[in-house]
Design a protein around this ligand. Sequence first.
Ligand code: B12
Length: 327
Amino acid sequence: MDYLAEEAERRFDPRTLDARFRSVVSLGYPYAPPASANANSIDWRAEMRGRIAAYALGRDYHDYVLKAARAVAETIAEIRPGAITRAYVDTGPVFEREWAAEARLGWFGKNTMLLNRDHGSYFFLAEIFTDAEFEAAVEPYRDHCGTCRRCLDLCPTGALADGYVMRSDLCISYQTIENRGAIPHELRPKLGNWIFGCDICNDVCPWNGDAGSDGDANDLLPFLPELLTLDDAAFSRRFTKSAVKRAKRRGLLRNVAVALGNTRNPDAVPMLARSLESEKEPLVRAHAAWALGQIGGVGARRALEAAHARESDDQVREEIRAAQEIN
Ligand code: B12
């Protein structure tokens, strides 16, 4: 196990990024918590409304958080003239939560988020690596999760495990954002109406207190039928300044099809049938077929039959067959 200790050592050494770095300044940037009370009071199945994670609402955070971090970096360069600074936000190889825990911005929670007693977990992290030397935080590291296991127990897919670890392939956020292919069948019903990211393990955390402000319901709970009809140009127009663009059109529409299936609402059949007939992306057609299978009924069966006769993509044909079997 010595090797693991060495690795940890190495990761916590800013010189792995640039030999001149001596300090890491960790920053937290709060964002508005989701208006969950509102979200939970609507009948998303009847109204066919999806749900987007709070962090992805409004403008893409990468831009404004990086800007704010750069402003802090400039201040550092003023305090320490000539200092080299480099700001990071959400940069893959940087272990942001670990740096923030080291800096005592909070503790590494059971939901694998960096948690703070005053701000909960609805904040982004950013860092400034610098050659200027600063004194490190001196308070002892304290974990305030205690015996609470709400995030572990209430995650619909069971993605969080004891020991402050997550199985990211089970995380709704991973499936709806990072997974570029088909969503595993067993997870689809558990996604509910989440179509980009997920807030459940933050929402149920006692450190996050009550739900946030109202916001625009159309952003938080977008109308699924409208999203299913977005073409490339309309997708770009709507999401170009938003973090949602990361899922790409095909990923988002795949998620929308799954959420529509989860509504089990017969009103969704015509639009899913249309998608199965004329959507250009096989990935979306495949999930539209699954959704029709979930909703069932005469209209869904007819649409699946018609699609089976003309579909040429193997994966989509397989999904159609599976959907027909359960009907
Ligand atoms: C990849 C990634 C994801 C993946 C995987 C998440 C994960 N838990 O690893 C997915 C897509 C699932 C994801 C989802 C989300 N993410 Co994300 N993600 C990242 C990213 C880019 C890298 C994370 C990483 O290094 N993973 C690597 C693996 C090895 O980490 P791990 O499995 O958790 O393993 C570590 C822990 O177990 C840790 N550990 C275990 N016990 C202990 C104990 C202590 C004391 C310490 C210090 C560490 C520790 O050690 C392991 C090695 O690092 C970071 C940005 C960054 N560069 O850090 C943002 C980041 C973690 N994500 C963020 C956010 C906001 C989210 C979401 C809330 C978005 C959403 N609403 O959908 C969800 C939350 C899901 C969750 N519960 O974690 C924020 C978190 C802010 C905060 N307050 O903590 C970050 C920091 C981005 C940012 N700049 O703000 N994310």
